[in-house]
Design a protein around this ligand. Sequence first.
Ligand SMILES: C[S@@+](CC[C@H](N)C(=O)[O-])C[C@H]1O[C@@H](n2cnc3c(N)ncnc32)[C@H](O)[C@@H]1O
Ligand SMILES: O=C(O)C(=O)C[C@]1(C(=O)O)C=C[C@@H](O)C=C1
Length: 259
Amino acid sequence: MPAFSTYAAGTAVSKEPDRLFAQPLAQVPDFAFNEDVVRVFPDMIKRSVPGYPTIVENLGVLAAQFAQPNSVLYDLGSSLGAVTQALRRHVRTDGCRVIAVDNSAAMVERCREYLNGQDSMFQELLPVEVIEGDILALQFQPASVVALNFTLQFIAPEQRTALLSRIHQSLLPGGALILSEKLRFNDPQEHALLTDLHVAFKRANGYSELEIAQKRSAIENVMKPDSLEEHRERLLAAGFSKVVPWFQCLNFASLIALP
Ligand SMILES: C[S@@+](CC[C@H](N)C(=O)[O-])C[C@H]1O[C@@H](n2cnc3c(N)ncnc32)[C@H](O)[C@@H]1O
Ligand SMILES: O=C(O)C(=O)C[C@]1(C(=O)O)C=C[C@@H](O)C=C1
């Protein structure tokens, strides 16, 4: 039986510790959101992404300011539904519903279980639908909030502008895209400093040098971070009128993009 903990207003999630990279691997495979990752994901993302709990909770608070009546709130690359749960904790706007999308079958299955748990503990939550699918192939409905919480970095760089354009076209007046990403920095000294500090953050959270090194080589082919400047330019090219960073902790940031 997996161990469970409660976080964020009582919903139970797995608290199995992330030891996926603790033993030396003859060859480190490319990182994938498979069953092994799903089991440890709440622990992994909290110990790997500085500011993650603050970003997720405040994403709900921000979303409540942009939610428009009778519209969709999208959680794209929803994983276990942490953002979806925050949206449902904070948004009370009439007629809103949440659509969570992820292309990992293992994530989607566990996400549905966790959302059933949230439904059984709280009343009057926004309705939610969890879709197993590719966000690049999604037919967007009129939306007031779109969350891309650490998902765009896993999309092939040449496909990012087209995706953001389609999101922009689906956004209603008064709505917003909230985009969180790991950043790289054009200034080599700034990049080296914040990368070193991120390693220190992981070490302080109990990861060994081996775990840090093997995770780095697992994600380097599948996760391609951009700089803040690249994000801003791409969002403007995709049609957004304004880009406002609202959070940064070390080399992780979150932006509000207005249609
Ligand atoms: C770092 S996780 C996102 C974390 C999550 N948003 C949260 O806040 O807890 C990235 C997720 O994006 C999903 N993903 C990557 N590419 C995708 C695509 N093309 N379509 C749908 N989901 C995708 C992965 O399966 C993974 O669950
Ligand atoms: O930079 C890292 O080492 C990370 O672990 C980052 C990151 C992310 O930003 O999504 C990568 C993969 C996991 O999903 C969790 C965190």
